[in-house]
Design a protein around this ligand. Structure first.
Ligand code: ADP
Ligand code: MG
Length: 240
């Protein structure tokens, strides 16, 4: 589903990604972990071209998105993204947040988009909040709306960048539960997270980044019980 070949990204003189090569299969759930500043967000943002790679190639499905001819807007329709800080539209209700892009970008009718929107809000347990404004929701509820909004575009891939890091502890679980059930539907997911328990339980693979390099790429059992690199060992000692 996703193929990344020798991905480099620099900001000016700062080389943040130093040649990352990996693939993510259809239906696979990949946890991206590593120290702060290691390039996790930049890596994820390259996958939907929120950042333009400096070098290297990325394919989503059959399409090489790093090809100059690729329509970026089209790519983003296939790749949903959920951020740490939700980024909901504050002046729109929950349902409007979820139906906006399908109507504007996909040309769905309002009725179609609303029917699908309600169905998705049910999935994240928020259909009763359809007509509320985001300011009236808790952080966990906002993040669940953000997930429903991303799913409303029927993406092939979902990217999550620390989706629970801005939440109060009691709200982390409800968001992780939604992500877990999404993983069980066979969605292809790449998740930057510090929730080691979640990564261990839900991910099929762990990508450990450090200093802009993919230092380990292993199943969670292997990564968490016997990390190969010194860098991963040190990171886990601090985390666990
Ligand atoms: P992580 O998500 O692992 O914490 P990031 O990908 O956000 O790491 O950042 C990696 C490095 O790139 C950091 O040193 C950060 O300061 C730098 N960086 C990220 N985005 C930009 C940007 N837009 N301009 C300049 N430097 C950036
Ligand atoms: Mg980050």
């Amino acid at each position: 589903m996703i193929k990344v070949e020798d991905l480099h990204k620099s900001f000016g003189k700062l080389e943040v990604l130093k040649g990352i090569t990996t693939t993510i299969k259809q239906g696979e759930v990949v946890a991206v972990i590593g120290p702060s500043g290691s390039g996790k967000s930049t890596f994820l943002r390259c996958l939907n071209l929120l950042e333009e790679p400096t070098r290297g190639r990325i394919w989503i499905g059959d399409e090489e998105i790093t090809d100059k001819k690729t329509n970026i807007m089209k790519v983003r329709q296939h790749v949903g993204m959920v951020f740490q800080h939700f980024h909901l539209f504050p002046h729109m209700t929950v349902l409007e947040n979820v139906t906006y892009a399908p109507i504007k970008v996909k040309g769905m009718t309002k009725a179609e988009a609303e029917a699908k929107g309600i169905e998705l809000l049910k999935k994240v347990g928020l259909e009763q909040k359809a007509n509320e404004y985001p300011s009236r929701l808790s952080g966990g509820q906002k993040q669940r709306v953000a997930i429903a909004r991303a799913l409303a575009m029927s993406p092939d891939v979902m990217l999550f960048d620390e989706p629970t890091s801005a939440l109060d502890p009691e709200m982390v679980k409800e968001v992780l539960e939604v992500m877990k059930s999404l993983a069980h539907t066979g969605m292809t997911m790449a998740i930057v997270t510090h929730e080691m328990g979640f990564a261990r339980e839900v991910a099929d693979r762990v990508l450990f980044l450090d200093g802009g390099q993919l230092v380990e790429d292993a199943p969670p059992q292997e990564f968490f019980t016997s990390p190969k690199s010194k860098r991963a060992q040190e990171f886990l000692e601090k985390m666990l």
